[in-house]
Design a protein around this ligand. Structure first.
Ligand code: GUN
Ligand code: ZN
Length: 481
């Protein structure tokens, strides 16, 4: 392998479970989160120089397609994969597993396709994993996974050379198998992990199961290595999956969607036939109106839509990175999930993985915008509740007020509960912006924390005086004063 050495993946910024990192490859460093456009080796679609200009730092292609085609194979073996594709940036090569999933069979062995990827100079090599579809019989999923694991061990054995090795994770929708796959993968080694078998979930809008597959894996994957999410290329979900710790995405979506006149946006897909106006100002969308684009010849139109699709996909990746830099990834995800009810459903699943979120999410931030009840999952809130319980109190009587205009030791705030006067100006409670007609869940969460606070302090012999306004009274009638 290119490196088992330290520093192959360098993390430079973090937010939620996401990170900005640098991966060192034989063809230079790339910054993550990264989107790898899929290049079809049979047919140039958007020229590579344009891909780079739009923002690609790395591309992905399918080594099995090259292996099976005599002309392509000879060029690749003679000149290398970079010359074949006419790129000088890193190239990841997939193994034919996708064909295995679609056709149920491939005419190559794991060893052969790995050796081939090595010989053509791939930067990131993928073994021939078996992508078991969702809802497969447990025994089938387990058998497939054991075979995948065997092939990964073989891959590590074969691998010596100037490239990185990706270890795919499978397990269908059996969560214990997803965990097992991650555990085994981290034992096996490799340079990065690639979560597979996700495409059918995404195609059927089962975002919640895709989220589970990622989080069950993240429980056991070492945080020091990059994670690729195979086949996920819709910009609408980048923020969410980056927030869950995915670093690499690949997109055939930009081209596949363009083929049937589907126009990508960061909040969903539009059919070109339905558009009167473009919600975008990229080169394509400024040069044409939807009506003009519809009148263009199919082949040419396809390239133009693909170009727009790619532009907004990279734009979204940059937006996600900026959100990480500013520790505003929660806010971005909570906006993005509102594009589709099943995304809301998927994100709500994350609260069942609170320990994981808490483990990764940085505690030092500046901003807390409450954007709906999903904001209640943020670790900053629970951390605040805990912190307040640990504040030493010297006085015998504690005054708590829901009214900021009254002198008190503690103030009440929806979501956060009790906030010591000296914490009124600091993150998170002091920096939190929320609507004053906030949901009842936000009050209930605060009341829960308040009750624990009262209990603890009463036990310690403190007298507690609470001054409540009407907003609070209905939630706290038993404490009315
Ligand atoms: N492309 C999309 N899904 C997968 C997968 O599960 N494995 C591999 N190797 N490639 C994929
Ligand atoms: Zn556009």
């Amino acid at each position: 392998m290119f490196t088992n050495q330290k520093g192959m993946f360098e993390i430079v910024a973090k937010d939620v479970m996401g990170r900005i990192g640098k991966i060192e490859t034989p063809h230079g460093k790339i910054e993550t989160p990264a989107l790898m456009p899929v290049i079809n080796p049979n047919m140039e679609f958007i020229e590579p120089s344009k891909l780079v200009k739009i923002g690609a730092e790395i591309v992905i292609t399918n080594s099995y397609i090259i292996y099976r085609n005599r002309r392509l194979r000879e060029i690749a073996l003679k000149k290398g994969i970079h010359k074949l594709l006419n790129v000088n940036i890193p190239v990841m090569t997939d193994s034919g597993s996708y064909q295995l999933m679609i056709y149920g069979d491939v005419e190559v062995s794991n060893r052969e396709i790995i050796e081939f990827q090595k010989r053509i100079g791939s930067d990131i090599v993928v073994p021939l994993d078996i992508p078991t579809p969702p809802d497969a019989y447990y025994e089938t999923a387990k058998r497939d996974l054991e075979e995948t694991i065997k092939r990964e061990r073989e891959a590590v054995e074969i691998c010596n050379g100037n490239f990185l090795l990706a270890i795919p994770l499978q397990g269908s929708t059996h969560w214990d198998l997803r965990r097992y796959s991650a555990k085994k993968a981290s034992e096996i080694g490799g340079d990065l992990y690639a979560i597979g078998g996700i495409v059918p979930l995404m195609d059927s809008y089962r975002f919640d199961d895709a989220v589970k597959a990622v989080l069950e894996a993240k429980k056991y994957l070492p945080p020091s290595k990059p994670v690729h999410l195979f086949g996920v290329g819709h910009p609408m979900v980048f923020a969410m999956f980056v927030a869950l710790g995915c670093d690499l995405f690949d997109s055939a979506a930009y081209a596949l969607y363009a083929k049937d006149d589907r126009y990508l946006t960061p909040y969903g897909t539009e059919k070109l036939k339905d558009l009167q106006y473009f919600p975008c100002s990229c080169k394509i969308c400024s040069d044409y109106t939807p009506e003009e684009l519809r009148r263009i010849d199919k082949k040419e139109r396809e390239v133009l839509i693909a170009e727009h699709n790619l532009i907004i996909s990279f734009e979204e990746i940059r937006r996600v990175k900026q959100a990480i830099k500013q520790n505003e990834l929660f806010e971005l995800v909570e906006m993005r999930i509102r594009s589709h009810p099943y995304l809301v459903k998927a994100w709500r699943i994350v609260k069942h993985y609170f320990d994981l979120l808490e483990k990764y999410d940085p505690s030092a931030k500046q901003k807390f915008f409450y954007l709906g009840i999903e904001s209640l999952m943020r670790p900053a809130i629970k951390r605040h509740h805990k912190k307040v319980l640990n504040v030493e109190i010297e006085k015998d009587e504690i005054v708590i007020s829901s009214d900021l205009g009254v002198r008190a030791d503690y103030y009440l705030k929806p979501v956060f509960g009790v906030v010591p006067a000296e914490m009124l100006e600091i993150y998170p409670a002091g920096h939190a912006e929320m609507p004053d007609n906030i949901e009842r869940e936000a009050y209930e969460m605060a009341v829960e924390a308040l009750k624990i606070f009262i209990e603890k302090n009463k036990k310690n012999g403190k007298k507690i005086k609470i001054i409540l306004n009407d907003d609070w009274r209905k939630y706290l009638s038993e404490y009315e004063i």
